[in-house]
Design a protein around this ligand. Structure first.
Ligand SMILES: *Cc1c(COP(=O)(O)O)cnc(C)c1O
Length: 224
């Protein structure tokens, strides 16, 4: 008897479908399984199915969960997708393989120092507040060139740009805007990645060029 497809199978086939529709190579899209609030019991089945890239939004929670899992699956790649306080920069650099929410000068200098001290260079996405929402993280569009210059001067390896579009409205224009900002600011290189798309809109994001989609609910179910 055939086993029914798992949520991971379903997300993988949606990704393949979006890649096919936009004539992209699925190898160019990384699925980040967002495991925030989920315990090892929920994460282990995905590891068993071969998923290796995971996202967490809090340093402390990741510190509690991941060292034990990494001991058993050493090839796991851990991404910090949430806001980072400057005073947690050293801990973040020690634990994570990629940071998605570099969004202000104070964090650039904290991460630059932490990477130099640890002798470990962690690629960072610069988060852009594409909807110009007051309450949201991400640098203002107008501040992006200066922030990129500062990150390069601090010797922070750039992975690309990241965004979380405003909730409740069509995200496509914001994904397109992020792609345009990356192209417009890439004369010095390093902005090839686009971290955009979550459970509700990752197919759209892929069609507009996402290199990394951050998917939680569609893989793990609702969070409490
Ligand atoms: C929680 C979170 C996600 C995943 O959201 P889902 O809708 O559950 O897929 C993606 N990106 C960020 C920054 C998040 O905080």
């Amino acid at each position: 008897m055939d086993t029914p497809p798992t949520p991971l199978d379903q997300v993988r086939s949606q990704i393949a479908r979006a890649c096919k529709a936009s004539r992209r190579d699925p190898a160019d899209v990384t699925l980040i399984a967002v495991s925030k609030t989920k315990g090892a019991d929920a994460i282990e089945p995905l590891l068993a199915q071969g998923q290796r890239v995971f996202g967490e939004n809090r340093v402390q929670e990741a510190q509690a969960k991941w060292p034990a899992l990494k001991a058993r699956w050493p090839d796991v790649e851990l991404h910090l997708i949430g806001q980072l306080q400057s005073n947690k920069a050293e801990e973040a650099v020690a634990l994570f393989d990629c940071i998605h929410a570099l969004d202000r000068p104070s964090l650039v200098s904290a991460l630059g120092k932490a990477m130099a001290k640890a002798g470990r260079r962690v690629p960072c996405f610069v988060q852009v507040n594409v909807g110009e929402e007051e309450q949201k993280g991400g640098c203002a569009i107008a501040d992006l060139p200066a922030l990129l210059e500062q990150a390069r001067a601090a010797d922070i390896p750039l992975a690309g740009l990241m965004c979380i579009p405003p909730a409740g409205i069509e995200p496509a224009p914001f994904f397109a805007l992020l792609a345009k900002l990356a192209a417009d600011n890439n004369s010095l290189g390093g902005l090839t990645g686009l971290s955009m798309g979550m459970s509700g809109d990752y197919e759209t994001a892929i069609m507009l060029g996402a290199s990394h989609v951050r998917v939680g609910t569609a893989l793990f179910g609702e969070r409490r």
